[in-house]
Design a protein around this ligand. Structure first.
Ligand code: AP5
Ligand code: MG
Length: 215
């Protein structure tokens, strides 16, 4: 299965992607996670990306396109993959199409999660993420069994630097301006399924699975 999860910050892309990787044993390719890893490790990529991320802006297309092109050619993507947070611009979507065509592969489905703006802010301000395995929690909607510790691996939970309200608002504007045109882009390609992301996490997952079965 070759899948894109599309949606604004806080829509639940990462949450749903993690559930799908557990079920289908295919990798989640989350450009945000890759970039945060590079910032944490202090690599050249991380240094380049940090100022964009802190400002809630997009990292330049050529940087993320290069990352994904390389990642898609790795062995563990041979049975499929879940793209989470990529593509985010039309240029990225065009580059993805060219890369997949070069590998003789095609996307099966693009799932777009729709969530109200107020709910997105509430989700992001309450989000906690595992420093070790990257699993996401929410202080109200998906609390860990033990405060500050990951249910899956026992790692320490932290709050992302870009989950401050001012940066969240900026990210939502960037999504509306630069990423939302991809909804029409994939609709035109006959690949889009739009889902109501306002339901509980397990109910959204059920809808995602139904959409994949129909694909
Ligand atoms: P990235 O890490 O991709 O962040 P994002 O797109 O802003 O999305 P989030 O990770 O914030 O939200 P999500 O949809 O994954 O929600 P989650 O499942 O965690 O990107 C960060 C930055 O990196 C960008 O701003 C940019 O600078 C850079 N970047 C990354 N990719 C790039 C690209 N392709 N091009 C250029 N720059 C790029 O859920 C959120 C919270 O809600 C959690 O607490 C969760 O528990 C809770 N929740 C989830 N689902 C539900 C539900 N159904 N009901 C209630 N709560 C829920
Ligand atoms: Mg995410």
């Amino acid at each position: 299965m070759k899948l894109i999860l599309l949606g604004p910050p806080g829509a639940g892309k990462g949450t749903q992607a993690k559930m799908l990787t557990d079920r289908f044993r295919i990798p989640q390719i989350a450009t945000g996670d890759i970039l945060r890893g590079a910032v944490q490790a202090g690599t050249a990529l991380g240094l380049q990306a940090k100022s964009f991320m802190d400002a809630g802006a997009l990292v330049p297309d050529e940087v993320v396109i290069g990352i994904v092109r390389e990642r898609l050619q790795q062995e563990d993507c041979s049975a499929g993959f879940i793209l989470d947070g990529f593509p985010r611009t039309v240029a990225q979507a065009d580059a993805l199409q060219a890369t997949l065509a070069g590998l003789n592969r095609r996307l099966d489905r693009v799932i777009s999660l729709t969530v109200d703006a107020d709910a997105l802010v509430e989700r992001l301000t309450g989000r906690r993420t595992c420093r070790n395995c990257g699993r996401g929690f929410h202080v109200l909607f998906d609390p860990p069994r033990q405060e500050q510790l990951c249910d899956a691996c026992g790692g320490e939970l932290y709050q992302r630097d870009d989950d401050r309200e001012e940066t969240i608002r900026k990210r939502l504007t960037v999504y509306a301006q630069q990423t939302s045109p991809l909804i029409a882009y994939y609709q035109a390609a006959g690949l889009l399924t739009e889902l109501d992301g306002m339901q509980a996490i397990a109910d959204v997952q059920e809808q995602v699975l139904a959409a994949l079965q129909a694909a």
